[in-house]
Design a protein around this ligand. Structure first.
Ligand SMILES: Cc1ncc(COP(=O)(O)O)c(C=O)c1O
Length: 470
């Protein structure tokens, strides 16, 4: 890594503190003096002092300058000068770690978002530069709270092409999909209400539900038979369910695609029991077949379905831009949106608008889908070959996760220990449910470029799983 410019003087001060050349409360040279001596800019000098402050080596006194802070005998700053440790929720931290920790590049199968090598970096950065050049300082203003009108129009136009008629005036631009889901849920529920979710369900969605203080009924989704309609019907019969959060197309983590007839039947049940449907459409653009699958929304004649998506899964997770189709609940939803953030970043709004207006997003999707499909085929082959008899892997028809099941007798703790030690990260099944189910399942994500080394790591995980059965 390239050293920071300020290191030229911070390293000297650090050394002086270490060898006792300067002591507690000694005044340090001023910003001006350092600037002159080391020929640095004011901001570089200030960044350097900030770095020393964060490390606790120095302290600042308003209008007097910087001074050496109290040090321990071995040269470190005194522990008592530190702020008390922050208390964090253990289960939350663990799930965050399991869905984002990267031990090795090749064995990074746990984060469901395009990896650095599959993000269209050049396209995004070039378009961003164009936006900044063209829009200049106007990007520094608040944009409309519900989002830029031409962007809402472009998104609606795109969806209309797939047979899903959305009125752009009922669309809200959000900071990603999770914010869209939060707004949708807050628009139809109050704390204590019951919602249904497809299960297994990603931890981020479960986290939103927890934070809104909702109760949950989990509706099974299996790789063989898909979404369990009967279970949903029974849940509606037995509970006052306010909403169903569902991903019909390339469900994460199972990768399953709901058939059109199931979509219609599900809608029928929801209509019968007056349950709102909150449809997650994040993965629909990532189909491996001939065409984009239909949405539940496209069959909705009664205005029961809200729909949301974002560009985190198709472009890059750092592009904080999603949308919610709120339909009849627009008025409530726009107020919730406002309270969660006055405006989504203008740069991202203009970026996505530009990409959608041209053909570059479509072209990127075509290449991306092809790569993902190739990787799905390649990985499925390796999994089938190296994992023990009795394991199950569902080859998805879109998206980028494979839901894996190992035989009951497998010691999963030893399996994960081995994987972690060898730089292989999967997301364990337990993170996908409140009920602690799915102990012998795990998710394998292939949204980063798969290399020969990744394949070797998967093979070794498979061999280990076999060994653990003996
Ligand atoms: C189902 C689902 N919803 C929401 C998110 C988060 O999306 P965003 O980054 O757009 O908020 C994810 C991914 O983490 C996801 O898989």
């Amino acid at each position: 890594m390239k050293p920071y410019k300020y290191e030229i003087f911070t390293s000297v001060i650090e050394e002086q503190i270490r060898n006792g050349a300067v002591k507690e409360n000694d005044r340090l040279p001023s910003v001006r003096e350092i600037r002159k001596t080391y020929r640095l800019s004011t901001s570089s000098v200030q960044s350097g002092f900030e770095y020393l402050l964060i490390r606790g080596l120095i302290k600042s006194s308003p209008r007097s300058g910087y001074f050496v802070a109290a040090q321990t005998q071995n040269g470190e700053h005194r522990k008592t000068d530190r702020l008390p440790p922050v208390v964090r929720n253990e289960a939350f931290m663990k799930n965050m770690m399991l869905t984002s920790k990267r031990i090795s590049e090749a064995g990074f199968f746990n984060a469901a978002a395009p990896g650095d090598l599959l993000i269209p970096q050049k396209l995004i950065l070039r378009t961003m530069q164009e936006v900044i050049r063209e829009k200049g300082a106007s990007l520094l203003r608040y944009y409309p709270s519900s989002g830029l009108e031409p962007l809402r129009y472009q998104i609606a136009k795109q969806m209309n092409r797939y047979g899903c008629l959305l009125n752009p005036d009922e669309l809200i631009i959000t900071d990603g999909a999770l914010q869209a889901l939060t707004i949708a849920l807050k628009s139809v529920t109050k704390p204590g209400d019951i919602v249904a979710v497809d299960s297994p369900c990603v931890f981020s969605v479960l986290e939103v539900i927890t934070n809104l203080e909702l109760k949950v009924v989990e509706i099974p989704v299996s790789c063989d038979s898909g979404f369990d309609l009967e279970s949903f019907r029974t849940a509606c019969e037995e509970n006052n369910i306010r909403a169903l959060v569902v991903t019909p197309n390339f469900h994460n983590p199972t990768g399953t695609l709901m058939s059109d007839s199931t979509k219609k039947d599900l809608l029928g049940i929801a209509e019968n029991y007056r349950v709102s449907i909150i449809e997650n459409d994040m993965y629909s653009d990532l189909y491996f077949g001939e065409k984009r699958p239909c949405s539940i929304k496209s069959f909705d004649t009664k205005g029961l379905v809200m729909m949301y998506s974002s560009f985190s899964k198709t472009l890059a997770p750092g592009i904080r831009l999603g949308w919610l189709y709120a339909g009849d609940l627009y008025s409530k939803a726009e107020r919730v949106k406002f309270s969660l953030g006055r405006s989504v970043s203008p740069v991202y709004q203009e970026l996505i608008l530009k990409l959608l207006q041209g053909s570059s997003y479509e072209r990127h999707l075509r290449t991306f889908r092809r790569k993902l499909n190739d990787q799905a085929v390649q990985l499925s082959g390796v999994l089938e070959k190296y994992f023990p008899y009795g394991s199950c892997f569902y080859k998805p028809e879109g998206g980028y996760s494979i839901w894996a099941q190992l035989p009951e007798k497998t010691d999963m703790e030893l399996f994960y220990q081995y994987c972690e030690k060898h730089g292989i990260m999967f997301t364990p099944g337990e993170t996908f449910s409140f009920s602690g189910s799915y102990s012998h399942y795990f998710r394998i994500v292939f949204s980063e470029r798969i290399t020969a080394e990744s394949i070797l790591l998967l093979e070794s995980a498979g061999r280990k799983a076999k060994e653990l059965l003996l």
